[in-house]
Design a protein around this ligand. Structure first.
Ligand code: PHE
Length: 513
């Protein structure tokens, strides 16, 4: 059966931008800029994109296109023993999908909750925690607010709707899910510009404070954010690459994707800085993540004007913007997982998509319980600061040292008409810079995490929950290849497909022109 294909060049580019541009752009990036000396962080971020982000993105897409397989199949072509790395990436993505869908459900619920944001600042800051998710802030309390159940159901329904026909439906929805957040961000930016002190905010955002460069954590955050933002090492870009036609220009497309991702981050930063300086909340700007989106922003909206409904409408626009940002990232993760499984077991992709959504949907219920926020925090920490980095290191080492970067390079530049990626650049990045940077990030983060534990666990969660949500989940993710091996032995089809695996050089490029 012929593999699904993007309906055109822009479909791929939009889908990849949709995956890359997510909640991280809106609530992680601006906070990091604020924390690390404004323009100084922007500068290092650009360097990180050039040094490791873009090369890694190109590599994954190119390998996917060549092998026409999801992450595990792709890694198997790279090296017979590397398939497990692809599975670890897939499993990690699956876990992330479970809670990313919940965050999507939160923002959906906040579109309605926005109408509780009036002019009462203290009240507004508590809408999310007290009214919407009713969190206990701890790992105890397992009842579920009924509206969150509905929100989660709607979230999964929407995610499934977007990917129900695989790449052909994704090709259509991304036109909307990529342009809508940009329009909404522009509306918020205009509103922000009109606030007093907006210029002050923009100055802080763009003007570099070079003394911040001395701080190692700036570098760690910049490189970490680049990896997270481009959705690499998540099994997604292999899968998206595998639906490309042979005549696509990977080198150029990946640059477009990375630059767009960066520009949207900057736009989100402009919104954040003008809004916060305009409402006198500049001191809360450095918090990042959930606190920014659900506590700081509502507070800002409550002090936007003296008319409650106007404030609510702007809050509503903001959460709609987050919804459209989140959905295409959320479904890209599911696409990565279902592509990997369908390729391996020769299952119909549509059926596999339903199954993955159902299983992930059931697991995700944990995160909408009143203890869900704490679980999400634990699992998110481990998936991004432990698993993702370990997987990235292994991936780079397998491709750079156990395969031939020259072959990957040839694939990247296949249609670049002389304006492609220089070989030395890709080579240095995949073999040296990326694995070294990832190893450094891993050691740095891990030590920091362990120190926090030793301090009596200032995360404040129960130790058993940290063990289950952290260590256990991570171990399962990293050894998921072994579990798949077990199932492969039992499936005749999977064994037959495995026996058919071709090497890189045997793959016939003309098969599907
Ligand atoms: N890149 C997305 C962001 O910046 C995050 C993401 C995570 C996307 C996992 C896909 C999968 O928010």
């Amino acid at each position: 059966m012929a593999r699904e294909k993007w309906s055109g060049r822009t479909s791929f580019i939009f889908a990849a931008i949709g995956s890359a541009v997510g909640l991280g752009n809106a609530w992680r990036f601006p906070g990091l800029v604020a924390k690390h000396g404004g323009g100084a962080f922007l500068l290092v971020y650009v360097i990180a994109m050039i040094l490791v982000g873009v090369p890694l993105l190109m590599t994954e897409v190119a390998i996917g296109r060549k092998t026409r397989q999801g992450a595990p199949g792709s890694m198997r072509v790279i090296h017979k023993k590397a398939e497990g790395i692809g599975w670890a990436a897939t499993a990690n993505a699956f876990v992330i999908a479970c809670y990313y869908a919940v965050v999507f459900a939160w923002v959906l619920a906040m579109v309605v909750g926005a109408f509780k944001i009036g002019t009462d600042i203290t009240g507004a800051s508590k809408v999310f925690s007290d009214s919407v998710i009713q969190t206990t802030w701890t790992t105890s309390g397992y009842s579920i607010p009924w509206w969150m159940f509905i929100a989660l159901f709607v979230a999964w329904g929407l995610i499934y709707y977007c990917i129900r026909n695989g790449v052909s439906s994704v090709s259509k929805v991304v036109n909307f899910t990529v342009s809508a957040p940009i329009v909404l961000l522009l509306i918020l930016a205009v509103r922000g510009f009109l606030l007093p002190n907006a210029a002050e905010g923009l100055k802080v955002f763009f003007i570099p404070d070079f003394s911040a460069l001395k701080d190692i954590s700036l570098w760690v955050d910049a490189f970490g954010q680049v990896f997270y933002s481009l959705s690499v090492m998540m099994a997604i870009m292999f899968a998206y690459g595998s639906f490309l036609k042979r005549d696509s220009n990977i080198a150029a497309d990946c640059v477009i994707i990375a630059v767009s991702d960066m520009l949207i981050s900057v736009l989100a930063g402009i919104v954040m800085f003008t809004t916060m300086y305009g409402t006198g909340l500049q001191d809360s700007i450095t918090s990042s993540g959930i606190a920014t989106a659900f506590i700081v922003y509502p507070t800002a909206f409550a002090s936007l004007t003296s008319v409650p409904i106007v404030n609510s409408i702007f809050a509503c626009i903001f959460y709609l913007m987050l919804c459209t940002l989140a959905i295409d990232s959320a479904f890209s993760i599911i696409e990565g997982v279902s592509t990997a499984l369908a390729d391996k077991f020769g299952t119909d992709k549509k059926k596999m998509t339903i199954r993955v959504c159902i299983v992930a949907g059931i697991i995700s219920i944990l995160f909408i319980t009143r203890a869900g926020l704490a679980w999400l925090d634990i699992v998110d920490n481990w998936c991004n600061y432990v698993n993702l980095l370990v997987i990235g290191i292994l991936e780079c080492v397998a491709i750079g040292w156990f395969f031939d970067v020259r072959k990957v390079h040839k694939e990247v530049n296949l249609n670049s008409k002389g304006k492609g990626m220089p070989y030395w650049w890709l080579n240095c990045s995949i073999r040296f810079v990326a694995p070294l940077v990832l190893s450094f990030l891993f050691i740095f983060n891990f030590i920091k995490m362990m120190i926090t534990y030793a301090d009596g666990g200032s995360y404040g969660y129960a130790i058993w929950a940290e063990c289950v949500g952290g260590w256990l989940v991570s171990i399962l993710v990293l050894i998921s290849g072994l579990l798949i091996k077990f199932f492969t032995k039992r499936s005749q089809k999977a064994r037959a497909l495995e026996a058919e695996t071709k090497t890189w050089d045997e793959i016939n490029d003309n098969l599907e022109a």
